[in-house]
Write a protein that binds this ligand. Structure first.
Ligand code: ATP
Ligand code: MG
Length: 347
């Protein structure tokens, strides 16, 4: 995929911005607070109709305005799409070639963005939620049914927690919500296990390309119960065992919403033992790995790297740039970077 042009209005500090991008490397440079991250935030917004900064839409709209607008021309091979997103404090609307789109999955089919942001250096040190998000976002984009399973699971989880919180527990309702959790957790575990298995091989190759060293790198996913022919009864039994504690804590303590993945470098947990630079490179490798799972060249995601270069030493920077030249389209923000043969956008 290629984002050919971007027009933004009242988007954060940009009152009006028009940009033309090239395929390959696009470097967005400018001083601090000039609006570089805001531009890539708009590009990311095209893929999921939300910011990656975990903020409300109201924060995105320029302080002096009521409505933000993003216009983009996106190519999937020969297919050209015009995307328009209007963001107001009351909600947003998405138009693809002038037609309103209501399902998120339809939008992420048109634009797929893989992002690396500065806080990803904490990916292995921070909470499991960030790592689950990585799995959930990528699996949902690849398999819309996965998103469906997750939403149904979350709905049942909310119900179960409400029952646990209520003073007078209805055992039938509680059992029903536990059964729903078990039902949807099954396929979710299968998808997560498959994804992690596929990513393992890719991760080894990317890390090698980025570091130049053949490190042993492994990503492991341990589901809350193992998949087997008697999964249903084993999972129900696990929920049963934790029921007493769940009742005491008024929350569901096991399930796919508590799972995690761990990554080790040469046999040692990267979050605990890895240096800052190793954490950065392995997190980057992991976040880029879904790119190589998509085989159709026209559907390859756009890659966005916000502020990643300045923290790397010259050797790793050079290796990363060499690696990035393989991608269809990449956006890099930096205060002063210049790369031969790239499209330069100066703010
Ligand atoms: N809703 C908004 N309305 C107006 N300005 C905003 C809004 N949201 C953020 N800004 C401002 O946009 C400016 C640019 O932010 P941005 O994060 O894009 O800078 P940057 O170029 O990436 O800087 P750095 O090099 O420090 O990362 C900031 O000064 C910020 O205060
Ligand atoms: Mg920035």
């Amino acid at each position: 995929m290629i984002v050919k042009s971007l027009g933004i209005r009242n988007f954060r500090n940009h009152l009006l911005g028009e940009y033309e991008f090239g395929d390959g490397l696009n470097i967005i440079t400018g001083p601090n607070a000039s609006g570089k991250t805001n531009i890539v935030e708009a590009i990311y917004y095209l893929s999921l109709a939300r910011s990656f900064r975990g903020v409300e839409d109201a924060d995105i709209i320029n302080h002096k305005s009521e409505v933000s607008q993003i216009d983009a021309m996106v190519y999937e091979g020969q297919i050209k799409r015009n995307i328009r997103i209007l963001i107001t404090k009351k909600g947003r609307s998405v138009l693809v070639n002038g037609k309103k789109v209501s399902r998120l999955s339809e939008l992420s089919k048109c634009v797929n963005v893989l992002l690396f942001e500065p806080k990803d250096v904490m990916l292995f040190r921070g909470s499991p939620k960030e790592r689950r998000n990585f799995l959930d976002i990528n699996l949902s984009k690849q398999f819309p049914i996965y998103l469906e399973y997750i939403s149904r699971y979350e709905k049942a989880l909310k119900q179960r927690n409400e029952i646990l919180k209520s003073g007078n527990i209805d055992k039938n309702l509680l059992d029903a919500s536990t059964e729903t959790l078990v039902k949807y957790a099954g396929p979710i575990i299968n998808y997560r296990a498959m994804f992690v298995k596929d990513i393992n091989d890719i991760l080894i190759k990317i890390t090698h390309a980025l570091t130049g060293v053949r490190d042993k790198i492994e990503i492991v996913y341990r589901p809350f119960v193992n998949m087997s022919s008697d999964y249903q009864s084993v999972a129900l039994e696990a929920f049963n065992r934790s029921l007493e504690s769940d009742l005491r804590h008024k929350a569901t303590s096991i399930g796919i919403h508590r799972e995690d993945i761990s990554v080790s470098l040469n046999g040692k947990e990267i979050g605990t033992y890895g240096s800052q630079g190793e954490n950065r490179l392995v997190a980057l490798a992991l976040k880029l790995s879904p790119y190589f799972m998509i085989t159709d060249r026209d559907k390859k995601p756009v890659v966005v790297l916000d502020d990643v270069m300045s923290e790397l030493d010259p050797k790793h920077r050079e290796q990363l740039i060499k690696f990035l030249r393989k991608f269809e389209q990449v956006f890099i923000t930096d205060t002063k970077l210049e790369i031969e043969g790239s499209t330069q956008i100066k703010l």
